[in-house]
Each structure stands twice: as C-alpha cells, then as structure tokens.
Design a protein around this ligand. Sequence first.
Ligand code: AQP
Length: 341
Amino acid sequence: MAEETHTPRVFSGIKPSGGLTLGNYLGAIKRFVATQGSAMETIYCVVDLHAITVWQDPADLTKATREVAAGYLASGLDPAKSILFNQSQVSGHAELAWIFNCVARLGWMNRMTQFKEKAGKNAEKQSLGLYAYPSLMAADILLYHATHVPVGEDQKQHVELTRDIAAKFNHDFKAGGFFPMPEPVIEGPATRVMNLRDGTKKMSKSGESDMERINMTDDADTIAKKFKKARTDPAPLPDAYDDLADRPEARNLVDIYAALNDMTPQAVIAEYAGAGWGQFKPALADLAVAKLAPISQEMERLMADPAEIDRVLAQGSERARAIAAPILDRTYDLVGMIRGA
Ligand code: AQP
C-alpha cells in the first residue's frame, strides 16, 4: 500500500478520575489552549473509559467528567475551535482498542512504568483494564490519525508505545503508512509538576493527601496554606537554576512559578536569587491565586448548568465520530472483517 501523508492533527485527553490538579492544568490544559487556533485541528477528550480502570463511584464519575469539561472550557478551550467530547460517546475508541489489544505484545505492556507504579505490590488485584490502558490510549490517538499529542512527561512512554502499535499494525496488515507515527509534544517548564510534600513524586489527582496537590477548585486561603506548608529545604534560592538540580522540591516551586507566569525558570531565578521561602512562597501563592481564581470561578458557573456541559460534549462527540468513522471502517477492512455492503 502507498505511503500516506497525514494532515497534522492534535489529540489529547484527561481522565475524570477526580478533580483537576495544577499538574493537569500546567502540563496539559494550558498547553492545549495555546495550541488551539493554530493550523492544526485540535481534538480534546475527557477520557472516561480510562478513569474506570480503577474503581469510580458512578455519580462521582459523572460529576468529574463534567468538572474536567468545565476545566477545559473555563481555561479558554473554545468548542467552536476545538472538538471537545467524552470518550465513551464515541464507540470507536473501544472498538479500535480491541484490535490493538491483539496487535500489542504482552512484553510491551510489561514494560509500562505507569502500570507498575499504580499497581504497586498488588498487581494481581488490579483490573485487566488498567493493564491494557496503553492500548486504549493508542486507540484514542490513532482513531483520529492524530500526529501530535501534547502530554506531560508521565505519558511519554505511552505515546512511544502508540508508535510501536501503529508500526506493527501497518506492517502486519501491509497497510503502508495508514496509521501515522504520532509525536509526543512535551514542552515548557511544567512537564512534570511534583507533589508538594515529596518532590520526587508527581502531583496526582488521586494522591493520598490533599495537601500534596493544588486543586483547580481550591480557594485562595487553601492555595496559600498548601504552598506555605509545601516541603522545601532550608537554603535560599540560588543564583543559577542549575544549582537546583539536587533540590527537587525547590526546583518544583520555581518551575510552577515559571509556568504560571509564562516565563523561563532561569528568569524566575534571576528575579528571586537569594530570596528565602518566607518571601518566595507567598509570591508564588499570590500568583497562583491570580491565575487560578478566574478559572475556578468560571468552572463553578459552568458546573451550575450541567445540561449545557452535556450539550457541548454531545456536539463534540458528533464531530469526533465523523472523523473516526471512516478511519475505523478502513481499519476493519484492512483486518479482513466483513461489514454490511
Ligand atoms: N503532575 C503533572 N505534571 C504535568 N502534567 C501532568 N499531567 C498529569 N499530572 C501531571 C498531564 O495531564 C494530562 C492528563 O492526565 P490524566 O489525568 O489523564 O492522567 P494522569 O497523568 O494519570 O493524571 P493523575 O492526576 O496522576 O491522575 P490519577 O491520579 O487519577 O492517575 C496528561 O497529559 C498528563 O501527562
């Protein structure tokens, strides 16, 4: 089959497995919004099928799905410019994931560090879905022939696996370049926002303590309290950013400041060299409140009208289905499945 050229297209998603964190905002949503309106078509998803790889109370899942959608919209995602929908409304994600489950190899899945981290010592008790998660993620991306995937650092390995699955499918089914080789786009100072109590761990929605993360819906007092109590070391900020290499907690706070204020971490250091935490932490808290308060207020307003959020998601799903359907049809043809004439 002839090589195909693929129109540049962006796809990314966020799991509604709890409330959004500052990590989701800086590592994903803020960057999604920045991509919007470029020459590339942008497709953003609330990946509810991924959320249920660990137990979700149904009512909480519905609420979290709307909250993630509200987070996207309140941060500036425009449903006229981008396609915004929740994954389960487009059945092609699950259908293509099954085909990819039959393409991906067990050895590939066994190398996925996120499964190892999430499963810990209890791998036997985890759902089969958590193990197969990267294959569904490959389907999310390739169902739209997406070429660019903006993600945080933690998802890089899954995008690389997506490329392996695309290459093996193209090879096994003699499909030429039918599935593109998507690129992970990991940019900016906050590709890995760390936990406020342990700078070696990522900030997560599902982390044990609420004090380890900033939630996008936290009020000003809570944000100030969390930064004040954030773990640091006794030394003041150095003269050079590189001197933070062995100070993960300090570096994290500088990176967060930089990402929130659209500046480089080096510029933050230039401004605060020699400053102690008593000076830097309140400045960081003020900045975070200034940036997050308008978003959380808008999220609250949007959440008061769930029917409107559901309508936006339904409309986005229709547009997503229109792109996905011919790609899924061709996939079934390549695999040799009979479909109605
Ligand atoms: N701490 C982070 N720093 C930078 N980027 C992050 N992302 C998540 N956490 C950080 C990015 O946000 C996007 C959506 O991620 P997700 O919610 O679908 O999955 P996740 O990475 O597993 O997020 P959590 O918060 O850790 O969820 P739980 O605790 O439920 O597993 C992705 O682009 C991700 O890189």
